[in-house]
Design a protein around this ligand. Structure first.
Ligand SMILES: Nc1ncnc2c1ncn2[C@@H]1O[C@H](COP(=O)(O)OP(=O)(O)OP(=O)(O)O)[C@@H](O)[C@H]1O
Ligand SMILES: Nc1ncnc2c1ncn2[C@@H]1O[C@H](COP(=O)(O)OP(=O)(O)OP(=O)(O)O)[C@@H](O)[C@H]1O
Lengths: 217, 217
């Protein structure tokens, strides 16, 4: 069972700790703010009120024995950097840290942080993509010519079966799953499945296919 | 060309505006903080210093003619809510808004916000997943219980066929595509396809499956 430390329980750190616990990891959560610690205490394995710059406190919390530690201290860049160095000095192999800006991120990388996270920026990029292509909800590149896209079914798909639409041959699109507007999901749909009003499609396609689809919308 | 308004240029709003401009959209950026406006002025079509509660200023900025508006005002929840209502009153069809917590998000949904964003939480969930499942490269949530994940084939998959691994029945995982380490992609693989060293798998799975996979890795 993986032991993961989370230092700093702002919005980002809180949800990292909570999700890790839901996924079955053993979570040690640390924050200097007692209220933040109390808020998460029920959800994690151990929760400590401590200043992360206090090495003795981190030791007692068992942070140095974690398989990975997430440092999610935001406004105090100096504290974030010092904590990362303390963790590396004590042999913590995998450190993930949130950065407040690019230079902070570069410092963290040079200090051996395995993954520097820019939470607001990463979500902002996805939101921007979904706003520019009508009906595009999300996208993940997989390989050149192959990305996964979630998109709202265009009006001219509605009422037709997948066989009638013949998407793979005509547009190079493979429909992986269909989600109805009530949220019901059909995985690996067959040729007889019909697209309904409000459906969302999870498709594997290249940018070229998406462009051709965009031209038809 | 899509016209998108961005109100509030904190870290999230700044990167939404910047990315939208890079994707070719026409961007109108508004913030009451002059320094934030100056920081983005070069990157967007129009940048205005204005209090978003000032309807006249929003009108002059052209915000009410936008195809979509992103409201990314953080700490001042009241302002965020009032701005959303002002936009809806003036007929802005598509409003995306960042929420600071769940109740704020519920209010925004009830006010007709098309997509409520929790930037720190959305990134936190991805980071947590990548810590629990070794080799998880990326993920796209599709519906409760169904996300698309790209992951490096775990060592214990290598040399086995999909039929032998029996992933759908044993782990609730549907393999959508396999990418070899040379980048060659096989879509909708069959039961006879074998997993090779260095393969990446594109799979449809739920959190539960990811948890079980994490336990085995
Ligand atoms: N030296 C420290 N030791 C322990 N916890 C700390 C220390 N410094 C800051 N923290 C905690 O880190 C948490 C996150 O920091 P802060 O709120 O400044 O970041 P943020 O970027 O606003 O967070 P988020 O965007 O994730 O909500 C806070 O709960 C704070 O109490
Ligand atoms: N009434 C308003 N009119 C215009 N801009 C506003 C108004 N209220 C707040 N803002 C701006 O919204 C921006 C984001 O707000 P704030 O910094 O409180 O949120 P945040 O959640 O910390 O942001 P982020 O996490 O995206 O960095 C700030 O630049 C602020 O100047």
């Amino acid at each position: 069972k993986r032991i993961i430390g989370v230092i700093g329980l702002g919005r980002f750190g809180f949800f990292v700790a909570k999700t890790l616990a839901e996924l079955g990891a053993e979570v040690i959560a640390v924050d200097k703010d007692e209220q933040k610690v109390r808020q998460i205490a029920e959800l994690v394995t151990y929760a400590y009120v401590a200043d992360a710059l206090d090495e003795k406190a981190l030791e007692e919390a068992g942070i140095f024995n974690a398989d990975a530690v997430v440092v999610s201290i935001g406004q105090n860049v100096e504290a974030s950097i010092f904590v990362v160095v303390i963790l590396r000095e004590h042999g913590v192999k995998e450190v993930v840290a949130k950065a407040v800006n690019e230079i902070h991120g570069k410092v963290l990388e040079r200090l051996g942080v395995k993954r520097v996270v820019y939470p607001e920026r990463e979500t902002a990029v996805k939101v921007a993509h979904s706003l520019v292509v009508r009906g595009l909800v999300s996208e993940v590149p997989f390989a050149p010519g192959y990305s996964i896209f979630e998109l709202k079914a265009p009006p001219f798909f509605v009422g037709k079966t997948l066989r009638e639409l013949d998407l793979r041959r005509r547009l190079g699109i493979t429909v992986v799953a269909i989600k109805s507007k009530e949220g019901k999901v059909k995985v690996n749909p067959s040729g007889d499945d019909e697209i309904r009003e409000g459906d969302s499609l999870l498709v594997l396609a290249g940018e070229e296919s998406l462009k051709r689809l965009g031209e038809q919308t």
